[in-house]
Design a binder for this molecule. Structure first.
Ligand code: ADP
Ligand code: MG
Length: 672
């Protein structure tokens, strides 16, 4: 199951890349056709009059030798040229004339004229025709090799999986094919072998190399109870793993799906270059015809004029242009996955390049979102446990990290919870519900403000003190009177500080946006060295804040993990979700941080900039040569004796394509 679906994805991605160009062709066929054409071309060139003109020498003639170029030329045209003719047919049927159409017209024109010339006793173009086809075949072969090298990265991902797994069923170990593996199976992973499925270690410890998935180069030490990912490589220990996810459900399958999706989604530059390729084709056909007619009107020989037509058509081929952007895009999405982030939308990665400001959510993003309850204070006549029971009973239904901490504390103290009714999450403020038919609310300062509840002086002072130490303070309210206060502390991610510093160095401003209190926000942003913070922001205000900044002309990225961050993630020019965050956040974002490491944002920006530079370079290489070569091919400098013969035009075109492919591949080597 897994393998076939995985391969299917890979295939889908590669067809989108080369659709309409090499559909149905394979590398080996091009190679064979190239050799046959080359061997036949040599005698054609020797018996052509160019050799005689230049070297004042010609091979011995024999009866019928004057027909040799015609016969061999015809074989090359039909055998070698057929791929181009078929391709042209496909393009025209698909109403998307492109490179194949141009080559098709060019070789057909040269061939038809030459056949006529043979019988009319005029100058034929056989040597030009055969060299052109041979070089085109070579160029295509080189290019297909380069392209498959560039696309390989995605295929590499599917190769990460082993073919078989050793499963332990009813006490016996047997080797089965991966597709026969079931969820809940226990598999044995021997030292040095690949882990076949996502799962949990139930026996053994080892170091696992996860670099192919997370980019983390050091092996990660794993023991009982730790999770492992399919496709990673086991170190020296033997592991028994309980399979949690197979096939489509594994993390790796998810990565491949996203990579394939992102490759299918077109970038702005892609759309632009597709259009440019179509226009170039149209210009080439018109330019070719104009060139032909102009030379004929100027009284040139027909064969000379046809040769100019052929050269113009060949030189104008938008071949390199068609590859310039998709190749780079394909490499950059795979590179992203290797560096700890998944690109869901191509446009998001593109936007990262020009971002002016990054807004960070606090809880769960800059901090780990792993709270611990520090203290409980009570208002008149309550016990700490009374307060805790109410807070935990309601929060048992909440997904918020604060809620988890409160429930954990209740468990630790061994108090039993009650069944709440009419539970409701007040996003960004807290929770509300009925316990024992009395209205209970648990939440932060925004909640108190909403219900107009003032803290008694002593508690207000204590709450402020806690806030100044970076502790989050929440209040438990029963029937609109305050019962007690809980203080909680979160852990700041150490990586956050480095991330902020590196982003500032790249010239990007950072701010924090949080639903938490002013005091906590100030403390955290001082700890992290963040420019600016917005505190006590309600969920809908988060996206409004983004809008407001955008109106001031800033390009804004938002980083978040929670349900309350989702609208802002969508609104931002670039939405980045923490991988461990809620599904809603992940759905709303364009890029996901697999490792939950804010430092990877720096890599996003760098990759975005690199990708853009590469694409622009490639567009330059792909089109630049046309500008120079087109007039030469048309014969504009013929009066100075400078002419671009069709075969040389083909060399130009092929070289530019190969340069584009190789340039794209250099991106792989770059460090982020
Ligand atoms: P952030 O924007 O930093 O991610 P949230 O918007 O998720 O924070 O939460 C903002 C504030 O709302 C919290 O600091 C807390 O005061 C309050 N809050 C939210 N959910 C809960 C809950 N389940 N229990 C108690 N307080 C909550
Ligand atoms: Mg959050």
């Amino acid at each position: 199951m897994k393998r076939s679906s995985a391969n299917h994805n890979t295939h889908g991605a590669s067809t989108t890349l080369s659709a309409g160009k090499h559909a149905g062709h394979n590398t080996a066929m091009f190679f064979r056709k190239f050799w046959v054409s080359l061997i036949l071309t040599i005698p054609v060139v020797l018996y052509a009059d160019v050799v005689e003109k230049i070297f004042k020498w010609s091979p011995a003639s024999f009866p019928g030798s004057e027909y040799l170029p015609f016969v061999f030329g015809s074989i090359v045209f039909f055998y070698g040229g057929s791929v181009f003719l078929a391709g042209a047919g496909r393009e025209i049927k698909g109403k998307l004339p492109g490179m194949m159409t141009l080559i098709g017209i060019a070789i057909s024109a040269a061939y038809l004229w030459s056949v006529y010339a043979v019988f009319a006793g005029l100058e034929a173009l056989f040597w030009e025709l055969t060299t052109l086809i041979t070089i085109m075949l070579l160029g295509h072969w080189l290019e297909m090799r380069a392209v498959s090298g560039a696309q390989g990265a995605l295929q590499e991902l599917s190769k990460l999986l082993p073919d078989t797994a050793e499963v332990i069923r009813s006490g016996k170990t047997e080797s089965i094919s991966l597709s026969a593996l079931l969820e809940g199976d226990i598999v044995l992973v021997r030292p040095g072998t690949k882990i076949p499925a996502d799962g949990e270690i139930i026996d053994g410890d080892s170091n696992v190399n996860e670099s192919m998935i997370t980019g983390e180069s050091k092996p990660v030490s794993k023991k009982n109870g730790d999770r492992v990912i399919a496709g990673t490589i086991n170190g020296d220990g033997a592991l028994k793993i309980k399979v949690a996810a197979i096939g489509e459900k594994t993390f790796l399958a998810g990565v491949m799906r996203l990579v394939a999706e992102a490759q299918a989604s077109k970038s702005q530059l892609q759309i632009l270059s597709d259009k440019a390729a179509l226009y170039l084709t149209i210009i080439a056909v018109i330019g070719g015809v104009v060139t032909l007619i102009a030379w004929l009107l100027a009284g040139a020989e027909v064969s000379f004029a046809v040769a100019r037509l052929v050269a113009v058509l060949v030189v104008a081929c938008p071949h390199a242009l068609g590859l310039a952007v998709p190749l780079v895009a394909s490499i950059s999405t795979t590179k992203a996955a290797q560096n700890g982030f998944l690109v869901k939308q191509r446009l998001a990665l593109e936007a990262a390049r020009t971002v002016d400001m990054i807004l960070f959510d606090k809880t769960g993003t800059l901090t780990r979102g792993e709270f611990g309850v520090i203290d409980i204070w009570t208002a008149t006549g309550q016990s700490k446990d009374d307060v805790l029971v109410l807070a935990a009973s309601l929060n048992a239904l909440s997904e918020h990290p604060i809620a988890k901490a409160v429930v954990l504390k209740a468990k630790e103290r061994g108090v039993s919870l009650k069944e709440p009714k009419k539970f409701e999450a007040l996003k960004g403020r807290g929770v509300r519900g009925l316990v024992d038919d009395r209205e209970i609310m648990v939440g932060g300062p925004a909640l108190l403000e909403e219900i107009n509840l003032k803290l008694p002086n002593d508690l207000a002072g204590q709450a402020q003190e806690a806030g100044e130490k970076g502790q989050t303070v929440i209040f438990v309210v029963k029937d609109r009177t305050l019962l007690g206060v809980l203080t909680l502390a979160d852990i700041i991610r150490q990586e956050s500080r480095e991330a902020i510093k590196a982003l500032e160095e790249l010239g990007i401003r950072t701010s924090m946006i949080t639903g938490d209190s002013e005091d906590v926000a100030r403390w955290v942003s001082q700890e992290l060295g963040i420019d600016k913070y917005f505190a006590r922001v309600l969920p809908h205000q988060k996206s409004e804040k983004v809008k407001e900044l955008q109106k001031r002309g800033l390009r804004v990225a938002m980083v978040g993990d929670g349900i309350n961050d989702a609208p802002a993630l969508t609104q931002a020019d670039l939405g980045i979700a923490i991988g461990a965050g809620t599904n809603v956040a992940i759905e709303s974002a364009g890029i996901i941080l697999i490792r939950n490491d804010p430092r990877d944002i720096v890599k996003i920006v760098k990759l975005s900039r690199l990708t853009y530079t590469k694409m622009i370079q490639n567009l330059f290489w792909a089109t630049g040569y046309n500008v120079v070569a087109l007039p030469l091919a048309a014969g504009l400098l013929a009066f100075k004796g400078i002419l671009l013969e069709p075969a040389l035009a083909a060399v130009f075109m092929s070289v530019s394509t190969v340069v584009v492919a190789l340039n794209a591949m250099l991106l792989r080597k770059q460090k982020l």
